[in-house]
Design a protein around this ligand. Sequence first.
Ligand code: GLN
Length: 274
Amino acid sequence: MNIQMITKLLTDAGIEENEAKIEVKMLLEHFCHYTELDRCKGVELSDNQLDILRQKAELRIETRLPVQYIIGEAYFMGEWFKVTPDVLIPRDETEILVRKAIGIVKEERAKNVLDIGTGSGCIACTIAKNTEAVVLGVDISSDALRIALDNVTRLGINNRAVFRKSDLFSKVREGEKFDMIISNPPYIPSGTELQLEVRHEPPEALFAEENGLEYYRKITEQAPEFLNNEGWLMFELGLGEAGAVKQFMEQKFKNIEIIKDLAGIDRVIYGQII
Ligand code: GLN
């Protein structure tokens, strides 16, 4: 057995080649403490290390668990976040949302941000880490909030990102106001068939009624009550949802902008309260 043969186990099981190579790299680093640098230097893997790598690759193939759940971590905007099947794995697309949010928070000197459906806390923690703002993350899942709290500790930003169990705004107190409300809500239309790996992610983090629009509608309706003057509302968007979400927002928000992802898909929408 060598690294190439183990990579081939993954590609033979239908995992795309580039993805398989990345996954092998992640398994090697995590379980064998063998880095890219070691590989460049020509450091040999021991039989024991190769055996561990093979076992983990087989687990990946048999269970179809995403590699991030196997190693218990996911990389997002320069940090490793703890993840378990209780939380959605942070996606590359979410970086577009978070980068824009950080830009606005800095420019407008926003003091407090509300992240709805915080999950792993990746959005809340990254904004808190990169700005002066304090971020409140809310989620309906206690299990998710436990992970988010671990991530705050990992990033060393205690008291800058705080968490509360809340079904959308239900436990956000009357009179509690924010300069920005941000969310990457569940947006896949209920009933959509998913890739095997995605089926391990929590359904309540993925699916939404009303053709995937349920949470955009609910959040947009309630957001004005919890936003300061000139406050911002920002969402990540699912495929083909920009038009409908823009319509929800237009009644109460101005300066609405949409950002596309690398695939040309409308991925982020944001606007400012009228
Ligand atoms: N806020 C988290 C993320 O962006 C979780 C989102 C979700 O579970 N829908 O990854």
